[in-house]
Design a binder for this molecule. Structure first.
Ligand code: ZN
Length: 242
């Protein structure tokens, strides 16, 4: 990573047209792109042109690069030498491998969490699934998609193994982005009803049943992956700065 010069802009900052390079801007760009990817407003293989993003957000190139680098770490963006950044587009074979790996990891996660998690921790997961349901019912699609991915990571987080969480984060992001965008009820990217069955089994202390529900859920998620998405798109209009 290139070293950037940070200058203090506290209190003495003048209101002159200085480009805002604060972490808040970085976070906003990240969230905008993350949501657009997960909602398939920006389909896989879309080129994320640095210059255009700088113009859209009126920010410096290094800020955009930091965001792209973060998205790449999470598996949502592929950085290609001399070609730039593209929304990740895993092949069918990779998607299959990723779900296989998720099955192995999430099976082990449930085993450990089922044996070690406290009632309070499980209650936290219950609240998360309820929030997920509410976001869906109120039509807050970006929040719903974020929470549905977060459920898997929150479960993994209870193992206390950060390497496991980081590995799973990339797999969850990368597989979720490949799941077809569809508004039809019952064909959701990651259904809270399915999360609910996993959680209910955990709450009743039945680890084997929780593992079976998770395997079934991941199988359904894999079935929802659509190979290609050729929607028309435009960076400026998608990121709301038309
Ligand atoms: Zn899920």
């Amino acid at each position: 990573m290139t070293k950037t010069t940070k200058t203090s802009r506290i209190s003495t900052a003048s209101p002159v047209a200085v480009r805002d390079q604060s972490p808040a801007v970085e976070e906003r760009i990240y969230q905008d792109i993350y949501d657009a990817i997960m909602e398939h407003r920006l389909p896989p293989r879309t080129k994320l042109t640095e210059q255009v993003l700088c113009q859209i957000y009126d920010t410096a190139r290094h800020t955009v690069r930091k965001v792209l680098s973060r998205l790449a770490t999470e598996g949502l963006v592929d950085l290609e030498a001399n070609r730039g950044a593209f929304i990740a587009s895993p092949s069918h074979a990779e998607v299959k491998d990723m779900f296989e790996l998720r099955n192995i990891i999430e099976y082990a996660v449930l085993d450990k969490v089922g044996r070690e998690a406290s009632t309070r921790q499980i209650a936290g997961l219950r609240r998360m699934v309820e929030e997920e349901r509410q976001s869906y019912l109120t039509g807050d699609r970006p929040r719903w998609i974020r929470l549905s991915a977060q459920f898997h990571l929150a479960l993994a987080d209870l193992t206390g193994n950060t390497l496991l969480v980081d590995t799973l984060r990339k797999l969850v992001s990368r597989t979720t982005l490949m799941i077809a965008k569809t508004e039809a009820p019952g064909h959701n990217a990651c259904s809270f009803d399915e999360h609910d069955t996993v959680l209910a089994a955990l709450e009743s202390g039945d680890i084997t049943l929780a593992q079976q529900h998770m395997a079934h859920h991941l199988h359904l998620c894999e079935d929802r992956v659509r190979p290609d998405d050729t929607d028309h798109f435009d960076l400026r209009s998608v990121l709301g700065k038309g």
